[in-house]
Design a protein around this ligand. Structure first.
Ligand SMILES: N[C@@H](CCC(=O)N[C@@H](CS)C(=O)NCC(=O)O)C(=O)O
Length: 217
């Protein structure tokens, strides 16, 4: 069993989608970012960086922060969604790192300057939107001859999808990226991914009963 400290954001969804895809039982601990709950002493004791997501294995008491590390941890625990060795493993890790070091930070900054920053700085907005678009076009190109980013569906797909699907919020146009759009839809149709992006949030109690999970929302 796991406790998932999260909010409705792409990095939070990376953890919830992975848990859902792996069919792992977890309790959602919503963290209100507006109320700065991620900066309380209790939270900082789990993640000194004061950011979601954080996961706690309630059996072993292990705590993991950084969404990419959480995904690797869960994949290794179950032996799924990440090959255990060899070139196929590094292929998945390479596309996971592509999201962690590129897509996430660039789209995150595009959101800051396009949506939240009180001063509108066109050069900063352009820089982050253009770089986000360039990175998404790399994904689009890579997906031109394959269903998923690597040989099989993996944590790399979940990580990149959780960000790519929010391109509109970042003000990034993907209308010319047919392969990316097809993949976004394929991912959305997966039961685990679809459920994962609803966490935390209002959920149908019938779904909770069906999945056997406890959701504290
Ligand atoms: N590299 C981190 C980034 C985590 C992150 O930026 N989380 C955001 C939400 S998506 C957050 O907690 N923001 C609150 C804050 O900055 O105080 C990860 O991948 O887990």
């Amino acid at each position: 069993m796991f406790d998932l400290y999260t909010s409705p954001t792409p990095n939070g969804w990376k953890a919830s989608c992975t848990l859902e895809e792996l069919g792992l039982a977890y309790v959602v601990k919503p963290v209100n970012l507006m109320k700065q709950e991620q900066k309380t002493p209790d939270f900082l004791a789990m993640n000194p960086n004061g950011r979601i997501p954080v996961i706690k294995n309630t059996q072993s008491e292990e705590v993991v922060f950084e969404s990419g590390a959480i995904m690797i941890y869960l994949a290794e625990l179950t032996g799924q969604l990440l090959p255990t060795s060899g070139p196929k493993r590094y292929e998945v890790l390479q596309w996971l790192m592509f999201q962690m070091g590129g897509v996430g930070p660039m789209m995150g900054q595009a959101n800051v300057f396009f949506r939240y920053f009180p001063e509108k700085i066109p050069a900063a907005i352009d820089r982050y939107q253009n770089e986000s678009q360039r990175l998404l076009s790399v994904l689009d190109q890579h997906l031109s001859d394959k269903e998923f980013l690597c040989e099989e569906f993996s944590i790399a797909d979940i990580a990149n999808w959780c960000w790519a699907r929010t391109h509109e919020w970042s003000g990034v146009d993907i209308s010319e990226m047919a392969h990316l759009k097809r993949w976004i839809n394929t991912m959305h149709a997966r039961e685990g991914c679809y459920k994962g992006i609803k966490v935390p949030g209002k959920v149908d109690p019938a779904d909770i009963v069906k999945s056997g999970k406890t959701l504290i929302v």
